[in-house]
Design a protein around this ligand. Structure first.
Ligand code: CA
Length: 229
């Protein structure tokens, strides 16, 4: 089955180039030219990933993202303008998985698409036997995390961060290292993306995000997963 990608972009030439290149890479691609149409296709078309422009007619990309996130954890990559620095952090705060700055190269875009595509977790997957009451269980076979025996609704990035930290309990991992290893491409300058992702991850994983048990901050150094959470 081909993975479906939705492109929400009002600049027709950019949308056409994206659809053309995505199809050439073996994806099924469709595009919408304004916010309401994009939102409708996002919610009804069950895409596997969304490329979402920020500046859109009628309803901007942030509002589309907000409404999509109210219903779905589909990976979303925002397309932002270079001059709008604050857009990037806003997008991540609102639950975008990633952003890419215009103008971008097609090669860079494809790398982001690949890195953000959700690895399929079967909806019927059984919780591992170890997923007991109160325990956090990370299942690399399923790319899933269970808490109290129930799967957590994590994004790919959130799963990858937790999985990476937990592989070396007690070792402090710098934000630069997380960016390089988890984001899957070279550190490109904005470490706030790491902090935002950690904050969102804690909200899903921790009992009390303000007093984390699983993702601990080592002030001025980075983050670690404790040896005995
Ligand atoms: Ca636009």
């Amino acid at each position: 089955m081909k993975k479906k990608i939705l492109v929400v972009e009002d600049e027709r030439t950019i949308a056409d180039i994206l659809v053309f290149n995505l199809e050439r890479e073996g994806y099924e691609a469709a595009s919408a030219g304004d916010g309401p149409a994009g939102l409708k296709m996002a919610l009804e078309g069950a895409p596997d990933l969304i490329l979402l422009d920020v500046m859109l007619p009628e309803m901007d990309g942030f509002e589309v993202l907000r409404q999509v996130r109210a219903q779905s954890q589909v990976p979303v990559i925002m397309l932002t303008a270079r001059e709008e620095e604050s857009d990037k952090v806003d997008a991540l705060e609102m639950g975008a998985d990633d952003y890419i700055t215009k103008p971008f190269s097609m090669r860079e875009l494809m790398a982001r698409v690949k890195a953000n595509m959700r690895r399929t977790v079967s909806a019927e997957a059984e919780a591992p036997a170890a997923a007991k009451e109160g325990k956090l269980v990370i299942s690399p076979e399923q790319s899933a995390v269970y808490k109290n025996g129930k799967p957590l609704d994590l994004s790919v990035r959130e799963y990858d961060i937790l999985n990476y930290l937990s592989k070396t309990p007690g070792r402090v991992v710098t934000r630069e290292e997380l960016m390089e290893k988890v984001w899957g491409y070279e550190y490109y300058g904005d470490l706030r993306a790491v902090d935002v992702a950690i904050r969102r991850l804690r909200e899903k994983v921790e009992d009390e995000p303000a007093q984390p048990k699983y993702i601990i901050t080592k002030r001025g150094m980075g983050y670690y997963y404790p040896e005995q959470p």
